[in-house]
Design a protein around this ligand. Sequence first.
Ligand SMILES: Nc1ncnc2c1ncn2[C@@H]1O[C@H](COP(=O)(O)OP(=O)(O)OP(=O)(O)O)[C@@H](O)[C@H]1O
Ligand SMILES: [Mg+2]
Length: 428
Amino acid sequence: MTLSSPNKKQDTLIGRLVVEQGLATREEVQTCQARQAELAKEQNYRSIADLLVENGHITKRQVERVRAVAEEQKEQQIPGYTLLSRLGAGAMATVYKANQISLNRLVAIKVLPQKAGTNKEFVERFYKEGRAAAQLNHPNIVGAIDVGEAPNGRHFFVMEYIDGETVHDRLENGGRYTEQEAIHIITQVAKALAHAHKAGFIHRDVKPKNIMITREGVAKLADMGLAREASDAQAAQAEAGKAYGTPYYISPEQIRGELDVDQRADLYSLGATFYHMVTGRVPFEADTPSAVMHKHLREDLVPPDHLVPELSSGVGEIIEVAMAKKRKSRYNSAEEMLTDLERVAAGEPPLVAKQAYDLSTLSDLEKGGKDSPSTIQTKKGAIPLSAQNTIDIGAASLSQRLMDPIVLGLAAALLIAILVILILLLRG
Ligand SMILES: Nc1ncnc2c1ncn2[C@@H]1O[C@H](COP(=O)(O)OP(=O)(O)OP(=O)(O)O)[C@@H](O)[C@H]1O
Ligand SMILES: [Mg+2]
């Protein structure tokens, strides 16, 4: 009797291969599996291969050959999927096109490098976020399907397969998008973000490479909910030497390594992506990733319509508000940005951006406001900007203006003057 340590994965693989190669039927394998389970209860572990031989379903020589194939496949294979081809590789992983055997459909599988599996905290986060992402269901988000560990110990992330190209593919050789094309794509991504943000997800890596366009022209945001091993700034640094990498779209607060990064970081990156799409240039260019990041923190943006004069001022205003260095000066939510995108698409001026703009030029009496998610910071203070009250900003600014130090000062002077006149009259 053979007594060896349980190896469930190996047994599953051998069982599958034996059926796939027509050496035994599915029923014969299932009978052996049932027998194996009975024996295991008596602490008697028998491998599926042994039981198949013992029951005369296959020969010892066949077992040896199947074991050799299994060894070979372990390096590459992912249970339940047949890898078909390599779709591409990014900074941290390789993506394959595959067939999901159970449903006979095409999927894309991102396989993480071996070293990712050694960080226990990362692996936990990878599974947690992957499962949560699988709950998201939106036409503009590449659907997450599954997470798991391959027999070779590599972790993988299964997602909807997109037959199309990334926005990066078009930008790569200096290409750019027309204003209308870009608005159409950015609007779809803003919808994806609005959905994800509501569900508590922050993408953290919105960029042209993560926006896929299907053959039907639908934009899909990829890598939503994909946990990252490195911090944002480290991941950005890892892009060193690449023509288009994370540092071109990363928000200042991610560069600073702030821990409370929120939805506004994604809006900054979406603004930077928008900038690149309409101008054909990244917002900040420099020789090293560090220098690019420094510019995100300190340098003023060259307004997009300075590079492409035919751009509407509305697009420029949306981009500049989305890419404000201080997140409290940005759109507070993807919905707010959508309001402006829809207006500009219809040939109207943006509303939220315009107000932020106009107000910022009104005065330099900035005293600062609360960095609250329900406000947008202008030079006049924090102004509420929920979806319902965006159209009341004008009224808000009026009431705020009444609170200006100058107005208050004048009122106080008037009051004192009246008091002095009253005293003089009474004396007289
Ligand atoms: N769901 C998908 N369907 C089809 N192709 C995909 C899918 N996801 C990714 N790809 C392809 O695989 C490539 C590599 O993707 P990956 O996410 O690993 O890296 P990236 O986003 O391009 O770059 P980085 O690693 O710098 O973030 C993509 O550029 C894209 O061409
Ligand atoms: Mg990606």
